[in-house]
Design a protein around this ligand. Structure first.
Ligand SMILES: Cc1cc2nc3c(=O)[nH]c(=O)nc-3n(C[C@H](O)[C@H](O)[C@H](O)COP(=O)(O)O)c2cc1C
Length: 339
């Protein structure tokens, strides 16, 4: 499968999640079987004005490739310059954010604000496309109304501009993350253009993934929140797509991922920052598990990698013992929190 010229091994894509999809997280989801990872959204202005912190967000490595870097902004000139910077950093794909519904972003005319300004949207896409030779994609919402009219309109403009794929999260701007994603909009956009479509929204289990592909005929599917504490969701969906039996979540693999996440974070952020970040991240991996509250209480105060790993290993032992005593194998369909 391809996005433009970039070959993707699995149709499963990790959604861009601000505050989550930094390099260490992308490495662990890639290893769990996702085909393409996206960066967090990155400000085009901050790139052009050379913010050191923002440049650090472009750090990548071989293990996560291919990488799509998402930029946001509303000024075609600045977006084009930012896109050149992203291309020079070695990214494989550039994605333009047309979906962010955060007030500050909308006020600046970026994100989903572009979905109701078709001329501006076209200018931004054309400028970015002309500035780089790597594939350019966009990520949109339904738009400002439930009928998805704007999604279809923007999709057609994207096709005209030579955009290589469109990811659609079919919620309206005012919905934010409330209610449900209306997959019918993905189907409608799929029918309105011939470029690849990436369906997104409310995939919680491997069964949802299969349903989305069947219902919408999307070429790729993108998973966001469900992967935050359960990267193995990609393994499960890949198995289901190959018509193999979907194995229950393997505790050892799940815990190995938590440890790798920690060690990769230390490499990327340094021990102090990584330990602070992992306090909340590790909690996402144990939601709904027996004795999870005790684990959460302990990780709240982690200050070092050694301490963090010890707590994770101790909890692994507790869970294995619990599992043995209750002959209760963890199953992806049974751990509501992992879903
Ligand atoms: C914490 C968080 C951060 C997000 N950050 C971004 C972002 O940077 N860029 C973007 O296009 N979408 C962002 N989104 C939207 C997701 O990419 C995705 O479209 C949405 O979560 C729906 O997919 P899901 O139901 O699989 O989570 C974010 C969502 C969440 C929950």
């Amino acid at each position: 499968m391809k996005v433009g010229t970039v070959k993707i091994d699995s149709p499963l894509i990790m959604a861009p999640l601000a505050g989550i999809t930094n390099l260490p997280f992308r490495i662990i989801v890639k290893e769990a079987g996702c085909g393409l990872v996206y960066s967090e959204m990155i400000s085009s202005y901050a790139l052009v004005y050379k913010s050191k912190k923002t440049f650090e967000m472009l750090t990548s490595c071989k293990a996560e490739k291919p990488l799509s870097v998402q930029i946001f902004g509303a000024d075609p000139f600045i977006m084009a310059r930012a896109a050149s910077i992203v291309e020079a950093s070695g990214a494989d794909i550039i994605d333009i954010n047309f979906g962010c519904s955060v007030k500050k972003i909308l006020k600046s005319g970026s994100g989903a604000a572009l979905m109701k300004q078709t001329d501006k949207a076209r200018a931004v896409m054309a400028a970015v496309k002309n500035a780089v030779s790597i594939p350019v994609t966009i990520k949109i919402r339904s738009g400002w109304t439930r009928d998805g009219y704007q999604a279809k309109e923007i999709a057609k403009i994207a096709q005209d501009c030579g955009i290589s794929a469109i990811a659609i999260h079919p919620r309206t701007v005012s919905q934010g993350f409330k209610g449900f994603a209306d997959w019918n909009i993905i189907t409608a956009v799929r029918k309105s253009v011939s470029i690849p479509i990436i369906g997104n929204g409310d995939i919680i289990t491997y069964k949802d993934a299969l349903d989305m592909i069947k219902i919408t005929k999307a070429d790729f599917i993108m998973i966001g929140r469900a992967a935050i504490g359960n990267p193995l969701i990609f393994t499960a969906i890949n198995s289901a797509l190959k018509k193999e039996e979907v194995e229950p979540v393997n505790i050892d693999k799940h815990f190995d991922i938590m440890i790798k996440y920690f060690t990769e974070s230390v490499k990327y952020l340094g021990e102090t920052k990584a330990s602070r970040m992992m306090r909340s991240r590790l909690c996402k991996f144990v939601k709904g598990m027996p004795y999870g509250a005790d684990f959460k209480e302990r990780v709240k105060h982690i200050v070092s990698e050694k301490e963090g790993i010890e707590i994770v290993e101790a909890y692994r032992k507790i869970l294995k013992k619990y599992n043995k005593e209750n002959s209760n194998n963890f199953n992806i369909d049974k751990i509501e929190a992992l879903l």
